[in-house]
Design a protein around this ligand. Structure first.
Ligand SMILES: *Cc1c(COP(=O)(O)O)cnc(C)c1O
Length: 385
């Protein structure tokens, strides 16, 4: 269906951070299938684990015990605020489950009127009707109404506005700790802690959409770990399966008390193949030093971009983000920059606010960083005003 204006490019093979096109050209993948290929392409450990699982068992449904799924949940719990996890297939689905949990939590705690959720300007949460309504873009909603009700919007990063936005009908707050699609926007220091404080004061649950920021992308397993607070609910997806579709909703005991058997479900969610892939991703991401490496590579990219910005004024406006979730706000149109970089065999992804996202596999090395910077330097030479 005509849902994408696709680039005229098809790949037939991927190795590490490189993609090979049908016409023989080699591309350095700093888009990772939109922050999905955490370990690049055909990583030996992922190939081995998934191949073994393919020969054993694909799917049984959630009607039965699933040891691989349980193992994955236990690992996510051991390395986060969470006490429990629900698995699904995508980011939007994880967010839908979280929205249901926020509302149902207030319902079972005797505050059925607190069924509205505060969301932010510039937010993106997915393409289902519910998550479209939680998201900011009018354009994505146009013509798809009537939309579900129950979301109130406040300016991202503004604590006063958030506090003023809380009414007797507010039951929860849903935010991205760093806004991805919106243009890699970080909230000011202290914002997330302030959100927690306001939520506690007014009896609200805090949910973070970490679909893009999670699974090591920012140099922590989850981005909220950079702050001095803990959310009640976190959604995850993109990087979790390293390219295999899987989503997850993590929650503390309190939030999860909203659900009981039959309350929510999924046919495919967390099946044997998906959890084998995600467990293999965690085998690597949880290795000592892995996240330090993410930060080290991030530092190299930032230093290189600073040098390019000095050399070619009129190309880079600002570099923002954390870890390997980096946004380069450009002076030229970001779509033109992405297209020019693609001509130079570097793949990137555009985002809001005229940003070009640099979201490579987390296991890239200095060689790959140098290669990407060389392409960006050439692009700057061609497009700087
Ligand atoms: C990509 C994304 C989603 C949607 O995930 P899908 O898997 O495409 O449904 C939701 N929230 C954020 C922050 C995302 O980046």
């Amino acid at each position: 269906m005509p849902t994408y204006a696709r680039a005229d490019l098809a790949f037939e093979k991927g190795v590490g951070p490189y993609l090979f096109a049908q016409d023989g050209r080699r591309f350095l993948d700093f888009g990772s299938g939109i922050a999905v290929n955490t370990l690049g392409h055909s990583h030996p450990h992922l190939v081995k684990e998934l191949t073994e699982q393919v020969g054993k068992l694909w799917h049984t449904s959630n009607l039965y015990q699933m040891p691989g799924q349980q193992k994955l949940a236990e690992r996510l719990i051991a390395h986060s605020f969470a006490d429990t996890v629900f698995f699904c297939n995508s980011g939007a689905e994880a967010n839908e489950a979280g929205i249901k949990m926020l509302r149902r939590y207030q319902h079972v705690s005797g505050h059925a009127q607190k069924n509205r959720i505060l969301v932010a300007t510039n937010a993106f949460h997915g393409r289902t009707l519910g998550t479209l309504t939680a998201g900011y873009s009018e354009k994505y909603r146009e013509g798809f109404g009537p939309m579900p009700d129950g979301f109130d919007r406040v300016a991202f990063g503004n604590l006063n506005e958030l506090r003023n936005g809380i009414t007797e009908n507010t039951g929860g707050i849903l935010l991205e700790p760093i806004q991805g699609e919106g243009g890699i926007c970080k909230a000011p220091d202290g914002y997330l802690e302030g959100v927690r404080k306001a939520a506690d004061e007014f009896g609200l649950l805090v949910m973070f959409d970490e679909v893009q920021t999670g699974i090591g992308r920012t140099g922590k397993l989850f981005c909220y770990e950079w702050s001095d607070m803990q959310p009640d609910i976190v959604s995850s997806a993109k990087g979790l399966g390293g390219g295999f579709p899987i989503g997850a909703l993590l929650a503390n005991e309190k939030a999860a008390s909203a659900f009981s058997p039959g309350m929510h479900g999924t046919t495919f969610g967390g099946n044997q193949l998906a959890t084998a892939a995600a467990n293999a991703v965690l085998d690597e991401v949880l290795k000592p030093g892995f996240l330090d490496h993410v930060l080290e590579m991030s530092g190299l990219i930032r230093d290189g971009l600073d040098a390019i910005a000095r050399k070619h004024p009129g190309f880079i406006d600002e570099v923002r983000g954390k870890g390997l979730l980096l946004g380069m706000k450009t002076v030229p149109n970001n779509g033109d920059v992405v297209a020019k970089l693609r001509e130079l065999n570097l793949l990137t992804v555009p985002a809001g606010d005229n940003v070009v996202r640099l979201i490579p596999p987390l296991n890239i090395t200095k060689t790959h960083v140098d290669e990407a910077l060389t392409a960006i330097d050439a692009c700057a030479a061609a497009l700087a005003s």
